[in-house]
Design a protein around this ligand. Structure first.
Ligand SMILES: Cc1ncc(C[n+]2csc(CCOP(=O)(O)OP(=O)(O)O)c2C)c(N)n1
Ligand SMILES: [Mg+2]
Length: 617
């Protein structure tokens, strides 16, 4: 019997294949791909453009203004969907494609799924060099899209239409695998997109993807249980993997039953409500005094679903107890074995449930648990000093955060990525519900904020999305604000204008440097910029207002909540203030020789601090 086939172009085959991919969430089957972001040009308009038009009723196409921005939106959509839904992005060849490389790195670092479909040069090479084609003098297989290779979990170049069959199957394997999850790039040669092939019908059959929950290995589980049972000072670090696994309830049950306390990474924040007694808040460089006090002393650190990046580990100087061991509960062995950790390779939810079953009625010592609770109460009092209302003309970031918090609902989502705000939010923001705190702090990519906020809103339009962004990040990328207005996806953007790169200026000072090239006043300039951000935002179609002080900010936030359209609230802030309670040393290399005395002094302090850094254990 002959296999039944359908004759399609390669691009039509991709579009059709994507419509067949489904996901099951809470018993409900829905499209796995929430849509395709597209900016057309040569290299995708004729091929992918025609194909996407053909499926527009089942797989919507969204037009953005910047390829990096649209990919940020796609990535944020996936993060806010706990990686259970995702989006694809298609670009023209050359600059359209390479504009997306930074976003690919964002998805790579944060382990988030996104399907990138940049156009590529002609497979037949006949018109070479086409407009925007780079030319290697030594390698005929290289195109600009090779830039995606180090920042993709899977990369392929499609030069024949039938190659899309194994390539898409491999793509799906990576996009839906909890351990290998990340960006997939399929570079689509322009002529091949338009070439037809007799594809087997079976290739387009509906496929329902469910979350694969890896169960722990028995020997690893037994070792982990043994270690925890003998712990006197156990401590949990909760990362993004807890949210991607939907393990919040399992985590709460685990800590309640065994009397444990939790410190949250940026990606893991909101996996327990802020007022859960076991939740000590942020841990690490931007951690709370309460979480860091325990982390420093802990003898067993149970690291759940975290990459243990330097902000979490205080550049590996935070966990000071000389006898401490780490248990790496992670779906990915690469993460589970970091720093000589005892690996417990498993899905977070299943791993916590099985650990708990095996631990039985074991509980952490009362004295240790009680200390944590006291530390937490003290920290909340300390934090309030920084977030309480003020009449100051130039409020601090923390005071703005306090105002936003007072005017938010438990289901709101706060979105941020770079600048001084992420550290302040990590320490001070009180997240009540899972996914209510959306920080891109793996790549901390300036420009993610507004575009990311758009993706978060599209993932769950029922939640209010509050984007907090610095003037620097806003200037770097704001164009998807216009897209949010165009799509009717309302955002509230709070823009903190401290007239420059405030956090880097502070870091520069802390490492002995002179204020130089960060705040606008310290730059080479003929005219000191005085940017009217409200006018700028209004020109993109948003509602916009400039407020003076915290009182006016609170009024504007109330108004923004009732608004239908994206609203930008601009407030001038103090570039020098930050929350100096809590926190931990961070390894930033200070020059060994310098003519500046301040640098010499900073170097001395740096060398002292380095002594506490643990190498490999
Ligand atoms: C794309 C990108 N470029 C550079 C950096 C390094 N960087 C981190 S924060 C920052 C300044 C951010 O300025 P702003 O958004 O105004 O926030 P502020 O520091 O003033 O709070 C810079 C340059 C980065 N994270 N991302
Ligand atoms: Mg700034």
């Amino acid at each position: 019997m002959r296999m039944s086939t359908i004759r399609l172009t390669m691009a039509q085959a991709i579009a059709r294949f994507l419509t067949g991919q489904k996901t099951e969430i809470d018993g409900q089957v829905m499209p796995l791909f929430g849509g395709v972001w597209a900016i057309f040009g040569h290299g995708n308009v004729a091929g992918m453009g025609e194909a996407l038009h053909g499926v527009r009723d089942t797989l919507p196409t969204f037009r953005a203004h910047n390829e990096q921005g649209m990919a940020h939106a796609a990535i944020a959509f996936a993060k806010a969907s706990r990686r259970r839904r995702m989006m694809a992005c298609t670009t023209s060849i050359g600059p359209g494609a390479t504009n997306m490389v930074t976003a690919a790195a964002v998805a790579h670092v944060n382990r988030l799924p996104v399907l990138l479909l940049p156009g590529d040069v002609f497979a037949n090479r006949k018109p070479d060099p086409v407009l925007q084609q780079i030319e290697s003098f030594s390698d005929g297989t290289i195109s600009a899209n090779d830039c995606f290779k180090p920042v993709s979990r899977y990369f392929d170049r499609i030069a024949r239409p039938e190659q899309i069959i194994p390539a898409l199957q491999r793509a799906m394997a990576v996009l839906t695998d909890p351990a290998d999850c990340g960006p997939v790039t399929l570079a689509l040669c322009q002529d091949t997109q338009a070439e037809a092939y007799d594809y087997p019908e079976s290739f387009f059959a509906e496929k329902i993807w469910t979350l694969r929950r890896i169960r722990p290995d028995e020997a690893e589980l037994a070792q982990a249980v043994d270690l925890i049972r003998n712990a006197k000072k156990p401590f949990i670090v909760t990362g993004g993997g807890v949210l991607y696994s939907g393990a919040e309830r399992a985590l709460a049950a685990f800590v309640e039953r065994h009397g444990l306390s939790v410190g949250e990474t940026q990606a893991g924040k909101s996996s327990l409500p802020h007022d859960h007694q076991a939740n000590l808040g942020a841990v690490g460089v931007t951690g709370t005094g309460a979480a860091n006090a325990l982390a420093e002393d802990a003898d067993v650190v149970i690291a759940v679903g975290t990459r243990l990046q330097d902000f979490t580990t205080g550049s590996w100087a935070l966990f000071k107890n000389q006898n401490r061991r780490i248990i790496g509960l992670n779906v990915q062995a690469f993460d589970a074995t970091k720093h000589n950790a005892l690996p417990l390779v498993a899905d977070a939810r299943v791993g916590l449930e099985e650990l708990s079953r095996a631990l039985g009625s074991w509980k952490a010592p009362e004295s240790w648990t009680g200390k944590a609770r006291e530390d937490k109460t003290r920290w909340f009092d300390t934090a309030a000093r920084f977030t309480d209302p003020t009449n100051a003309e130039l409020p601090s970031d923390a005071q703005v955060i306090g105002a936003v918090q007072r005017n938010s609902q438990p289901t709101d989502v706060v979105v941020c990525a770079a600048g001084g705000l992420p550290g302040e939010l990590h320490k001070l923001w009180k997240a009540s519900t899972a996914l209510g705190y959306h920080l891109e702090y793996g790549y901390s990519c300036m420009g993610y904020e507004i575009a990311g906020g758009l993706g978060v809103k599209m993932a769950d339009p029922s939640r209010e999305v509050i984007v907090m962004v610095g003037d620097g990040s806003y200037l770097m990328m704001n164009s998807e604000l216009a897209t949010s207005v165009m799509l009717g996806q309302k955002l509230t953007v709070v823009l903190l204008d401290n007239r420059g790169y405030g956090c880097i200026n502070r870091l520069q000072r802390a490492t002995g440097g002179e204020s130089f090239n960060n705040l606008l006043q310290h730059t080479n300039h003929v005219t000191l910029p005085d940017i009217d951000f409200a006018a700028h935002a209004a020109s993109l179609g948003a509602l916009a207002v400039k407020v003076k002080g915290i009182g006016e900010l609170e009024d504007a936030l109330k108004k923004a909540r009732g608004a239908e359209r994206s609203t930008v609230i601009v407030i001038d802030t103090d570039p020098l203030a930050s929350t100096d309670e809590g926190g931990h040393w961070w390894d930033v290399a200070v020059p060994e020789v310098s003519v500046r005395d301040q640098v010499k002094a900073a170097r001395k302090d740096y060398e002292t601090a380095l002594a506490a850094q643990r190498v490999g254990d």
